[in-house]
Design a protein around this ligand. Structure first.
Ligand SMILES: [Zn+2]
Length: 168
């Protein structure tokens, strides 16, 4: 008995590979930019943000956190030549709904003391204000010496309408 995820990848990939013609693409993104966005299941970055296959890096994590994505951002730029970052957070983000104490409390309740210890120093990087967090993340990136010369913009994607608007 396979899981939903296993069934989807087997069936979906079979269909995808049957008509796949993009095996010639180069490793570095052809349009030299990276998108940082949330892992939220309602966001389809390639469609919603108009990204052709092979054109850009898409870095995803809970909340589209710049700090969490920093390792990948540096790799994207230094090893693969991207010079632009679009940071896209979204309405209805789960990261607006809890804080560190809540998350750590859940781990302790559900998984016990040893598990709680493993996450005690983890910052879940939640935030209370969406627009302020987009600005703050972009500012944080602009303040890094390693990010000198990189073009940054910050956006909010609306899961209710499918529309993205620029904040900064
Ligand atoms: Zn989110």
């Amino acid at each position: 008995m396979s899981t939903n995820g296993e069934q989807n990848i087997v069936k979906g990939n079979k269909e995808y590979a049957a008509s796949f013609t993009q095996g010639h693409l180069a490793l570095p993104p052809s349009q030299n930019y990276a998108v940082v966005t949330c892992m939220d299941a309602r966001i389809d970055p390639t469609s919603a943000f108009g990204i052709p296959l092979g054109a850009a890096h898409v870095i995803r994590n809970a909340g589209a956190s710049a700090r969490d994505a920093f390792r990948s951002i540096v790799i994207s730029q230094q090893l693969l030549g991207t010079t632009e970052v679009l940071l896209v957070k979204h309405t209805g983000c789960g990261m607006l709904t809890f804080d560190n104490d809540t998350a750590k409390g859940l781990v302790k309740k559900n998984k016990g003391e040893a598990a709680a210890k493993e996450v005690e120093d983890l910052d879940f990087l939640t935030f209370p204000d969406l627009e302020a967090e987009v600005k703050s993340d972009v500012e944080w990136l602009r303040g890094r010496a390693v990010e000198e010369g990189i073009n940054f913009t910050g956006w909010i994607y609306e899961v209710e309408t499918g529309k993205a608007r620029q904040v900064v």
